[in-house]
Design a protein around this ligand. Sequence first.
Ligand code: GRF
Length: 199
Amino acid sequence: MKIGILISGRGSNMSAIVEAVQSGFIPDSDVTVVVSDKTRAKGLIKAKECGIETLSITRNRRTREEHDAEIVAELKKRDVELICLAGYMRLLSKEFVQTFPNRILNIHPSLLPSFKGLEAQRQAIDYGVKVSGCTVHFVDENLDHGAIIAQRIVEVKDNDAVETLSARILQHEHALYVESIKRIVEGKIKIVGRRVFCE
Ligand code: GRF
């Protein structure tokens, strides 16, 4: 399957996906392109080092729709079949989502629907929850809202700071994301309304 990855920053989830594809853990696939909306995203350098084509497509005062249309055109040009958001910090337009139905994934560092949006790990600590975690979900045009594919629980320890909790969740993010993509590529996921079943 041809995979496109969208990033805005560091790109550690992107690297985990690339490694899983290149090692064959995610079978019969290819990371065709990595797109960033930020020219200076560190992940772009990492992707190039792995031999992957990179594109920097900035918003440039355009509307969300215009910006997304350019990204969609580049993805279509390369016959991308599955899009993985990996720290991509923008909401997608309805047109983008509708072009790739059930073909856009995201990873979020909390157990959704708790702690949507920015700084989910800080929100979890401030709220005082004892467990948090990460969620892989399909993407729709609402923030961190699409149908949930998989979740993993991570304990919040009494001595956790945002940094330590984030680092622990991130390890689980990498594992959960590549496992979820593997299942999708293998056709082992069934979607019934908002419920997603994995074989
Ligand atoms: C991750 O915590 C991810 O869950 C969130 O943004 C962060 C991106 O990290 N959506 P990285 O760029 O993949 O290292």
